[in-house]
Design a binder for this molecule. Sequence first.
Ligand SMILES: [Zn+2]
Length: 464
Amino acid sequence: MSLETPRLSAVRDSALAAVPTALADLGALVRIPSVAFPGFDRAEVERSAAAVASLAEGLGIFDRVEVTTAAVPETGEQGMPAVLATRAARNGRPTILLYAHHDVQPVGDESLWESAPFEPTVRGGRLYGRGAADDKAGIMAHIGSLRALVDAVGPDFDLGVNLFIEGEEEAGSASFASFLSDNAEALRADVIVVADSGNWDQRTPALTVSLRGNARFTMTVRTLDHASHSGMFGGAVPDAMLATVKLLSTLWDDDGAVAVEGLRERDAVTPEYSEETLRSEAGLPAGVSPIGRDAILSRIWNKPSLTVTGIDAPTVRNASNTLSPEVSVVVSARVAPGQSAREAYEAIEAHLRAHAPFGAELTFRDVETGDPFLVDTAGSAVEHARAALAEGYGVDAVDIGVGGSIPFIADLVEQFPEAQILVTGVEDPHARAHSPNESLHLETFRNALVSEALLLERLDSSGL
Ligand SMILES: [Zn+2]
């Protein structure tokens, strides 16, 4: 047990008391459909930025709060509005940068939602809605924990606080790097908390210590100059779909493990995780087998994976007896921690070129890469975070890897190489971020908010 100071217990009480209002504010944010993808209404992203800015203003602790944008380097267009609030540290205390994002994924097929996606709804101890977990709950964990600190110790505390709530994370963070360099002074911090990850389960907190990178690209396979009737030449010339199917099938072996030379794995021990848990959390039916080899979590955290996420070919409705001249696919790779995403992409492209059947012509475009990330767990901020999580949840935190990517973390590390980065979050394995029926486990949210308030108190009272 840690020795609890009166100040710490006051912050804990204030944090618990801050939860209902934080949830009400979260509901109001969920009502704003802030999808930053092209083709969606930018005004909604602006509305959600304004709502977040007014929550930050309401704290009364910042020297300045602004809604601001940065240019996308490739196009020169303005990126999506982010909220930036800053408060200078006093008396030699450190500065903490709190990151979350206020944009959300599109809802997908609305008929799959059990309640309207932008209508926050509580069922069975969870709050349902798009963004209820990813990542508007991350915003409210920051705001709620700061409210608790102010409530318990007053607004004149010493900790420096920068709040950065991005508006285009789900859409690829195109202006993130320019935002960082434009605002480097305002964002500079000793500790960065990225509240956009998950927890081990509903009771057990986690510190995310590794993230896979990603590489995504579009490949076009061409085998014919033009389409023709399959009765005319079928059986004598390859159609593009035949070549594509054969080519893509070389990416995996019979176990479904990635079979691309040059893609690396990370060698690290992972916690116990049963096939039964995998089946329940991923929704894998009894008759369908998992893929890959070795410990299940090492497949997700430490090995590469490849998924075909889109295909342009004649639709079922428009299918006719035609040999398709050309097919395009989107391939999305997860890159193991320790390998550069660019190097992984090059290995995949080389594999595909080497295996193109019938001399099919391949072209590659729209290549996007984001590097994987490994946290240095030796830092003092990690120690403070572990203690705060144990106090807030009543259970020790587990170190986890994440199979997904937060590519901008690589930009953060590059811009602020001395900062200690903590990747935390409010999600649990049932949050279904990015999917229909996304939800937030209310107890996890409470514990996350309390833990963050305790972390702020620790850094404010004792520094790093
Ligand atoms: Zn997110």
